[in-house]
Design a protein around this ligand. Structure first.
Ligand code: MEV
Length: 425
C-alpha cells in the first residue's frame, strides 16, 4: 500500500475505505467502524448523498435545530439552523422571543442583481474594441437565448452587458461585466452558462478570453433587517446605560477591524446556519458578506445601531445571493424540509429571513458582551460538550448541571465535580 493512489474515484466504497484505513488510520477497526456508523441505513438516501460529491465514504453530521418565535414583518417563523457551535441556536431562540414582545423584525429587499464577468485580454486600440462591442452586443444576448428562455419566463434573465476597461490596473485587461436577475434560483450555473455562451460569441482573433465566471461579490443583491424599541424597554434596569453601551460596541466594530472581524463572524454564525440548512452555498454568502464589509476600503461592521429621539435602532444590510429552487434546495431532503418549515419562501423572502438570523446573533453577542460577558452563556452551553468529552453518563450529567448552575463553568471545574461524584459513589 502506498500513501498516494491513482484511480481512487474508480474504487468501490469498500476499496476506498480499505485503502484509507491501511494507509492513514491508527486503529483500523475503530476508524472503519466510525465511518460505517455514520452511513445511512436507508440505501437510497445514502446513494443520494454519495452522489452529491465524488469519493464519498460516509456522512459528516452537524446538528440541525429549530429557533422558533421569529416575527418578521408580522409573520411568524420557526427557523431551521444547521450548526455545531453550542450557543448559536440558544441565542437565536432567546433573541427571537425578546423582539417578539417589542414589535418583531422589519425587513426589506433592496435589490436582487447578480453579476458575472468575461475576463479577456486585448492588445489593440480601445476605440476599435468599443465599436466591435457595440455592434455585437445584441448578438451576445441572443447567443444566450436557449439558456435564458426559461429564466425570462420566471422574470429573470440578463439585464445588461457592459464593456469595462481595466487597462489602468492591468495591461491589456478588459471585462464584459454582465448583470443578471435570477428569480428564485441562486443562479450560479445559469450565470456561468450564459457567460460561456457570451464569451464564445464575443471572442475573435484579437480577443483572448482568460475566463468566464460569476462573481460572489453581490453588493446589489442587498437586504435590510431591523429592530427598534423605546430605550426604556431595552432592559429592565439601567436601560439607557446598556442601550448606549450597545451602540458603542457597534461603533467600535465600525472603526476597529480586529473587532469588526469577530463581530461579523458572530453575524455569520446565524447566517451560515440557515444558509446551510436550506441547501444554499454558505461559502459564496460568506465571501460576499465579508467583501461587502470592506467596500469602503476598510473592513467594518455589517450592522449598525443608534439611539434617536429615545428610540433604540439596530439594523443590518447584507448582500445575500440565495435560491429556493435549484441546486440542493429541493434535492437534499432536509434542505427541502427546511424550506417547508419556512413556509416555502421565495428567494427574496429567504434573504429577509436569513438577514434576521444574522442580526439576531449579533444582538445576542453584543447584549452578552456589554453586560455579563460572553463566557457565562457560552460555557453554560459548552458544559454538555465538556461532560461528553469526559464521558459522563446521563445521571452524572444531571447532577453536575444542577451543581454548576449559576457558577463559572470551566473544564477544570467540571472535571473536578465529576471526579468527586465518581469517588464518592
Ligand atoms: C462566537 O462564535 C461569536 C462572538 O465572538 C461574536 C462577537 O464577539 O460579537 C461571540
Amino acid at each position: 500500500m502506498s500513501k498516494t493512489v491513482s484511480g481512487f474515484s474508480k474504487f468501490t466504497r469498500e476499496e476506498k475505505v480499505n485503502w484509507l484505513a491501511n494507509n492513514y488510520f491508527t486503529n483500523v477497526n475503530e476508524g472503519v467502524a466510525t465511518l460505517n456508523q455514520y452511513l445511512n441505513h436507508n440505501k437510497k438516501l445514502q446513494q443520494l448523498h454519495d452522489e452529491f460529491i465524488e469519493n464519498t465514504i460516509t456522512n459528516f453530521y452537524v446538528p440541525y435545530a429549530i429557533a422558533p418565535n421569529f416575527i418578521i414583518n408580522g409573520k411568524t417563523y420557526a427557523i431551521p439552523m444547521a450548526i455545531e457551535e453550542s450557543s448559536v441556536v440558544a441565542a437565536a431562540s432567546l433573541v427571537s422571543k425578546y423582539w417578539s414582545t417589542r414589535g418583531g423584525f422589519k425587513t426589506k429587499v433592496i435589490s436582487t442583481t447578480k453579476v458575472g464577468q468575461v475576463h479577456f485580454m486585448y492588445e489593440k486600440n480601445f476605440e476599435e474594441l468599443y465599436t466591435y462591442f457595440k455592434e455585437i452586443k445584441t448578438q451576445l444576448i441572443e447567443a444566450t437565448d436557449s439558456i435564458t428562455n426559461n429564466m425570462r419566463k420566471r422574470g429573470g434573465g440578463i439585464t445588461d452587458i457592459e464593456l469595462r476597461n481595466k487597462t489602468s490596473e492591468l495591461k491589456n485587461y478588459y471585462q464584459l461585466h454582465v448583470t443578471f436577475e435570477t428569480a428564485d434560483s441562486m443562479g450560479a450555473n445559469f450565470i456561468n452558462s450564459c457567460l460561456e455562451a457570451i464569451a464564445n460569441a464575443f471572442k475573435n482573433k484579437d480577443i483572448k478570453i482568460v475566463m468566464s465566471i460569476l462573481s460572489n461579490y453581490v453588493p446589489d443583491c442587498l437586504v435590510r433587517a431591523e429592530v427598534s424599541c423605546k430605550v426604556e424597554d431595552f432592559f429592565t434596569e439601567n436601560s439607557e446605560y446598556y442601550a448606549q453601551k450597545f451602540v458603542e460596541a457597534v461603533q467600535i466594530a465600525n472603526i476597529e477591524p480586529y473587532r469588526a472581524v469577530t463581530h461579523n463572524k458572530g453575524i455569520m454564525n446565524g447566517i451560515d446556519a440557515v444558509v446551510l440548512a436550506t441547501g444554499n452555498d454558505f461559502r459564496a454568502v460568506a465571501a460576499g458578506a465579508h467583501a461587502y464589509a470592506s467596500r469602503s476600503g476598510k473592513y467594518k461592521s455589517l450592522t449598525n445601531a443608534k439611539i434617536e429621539n429615545g428610540i433604540f435602532h439596530f439594523w443590518i444590510e447584507i448582500p445575500l445571493s440565495l435560491g429556493t429552487v435549484g441546486g440542493l434546495t429541493k434535492l437534499h431532503p432536509l434542505a427541502k424540509l427546511s424550506l417547508e418549515i419556512l413556509q416555502n419562501p421565495s428567494a427574496k423572502e429567504l434573504m429577509q429571513i436569513i438577514a434576521v438570523a444574522g442580526l439576531t446573533q449579533n444582538f445576542a453577542a453584543l447584549k452578552a458582551l456589554t453586560t455579563t460577558g460572553i463566557q457565562q452563556g457560552h460555557m453554560k452551553m459548552h458544559l454538555m460538550n465538556i461532560l461528553n468529552q469526559l464521558e459522563a453518563n446521563l445521571h452524572e450529567k444531571e447532577i453536575i448541571i444542577k451543581e454548576l448552575k449559576g457558577k463559572t463553568v470551566t473544564h477544570n471545574a467540571v472535571a473536578e465535580a465529576l471526579h468527586k461524584l465518581r469517588t464518592h459513589n
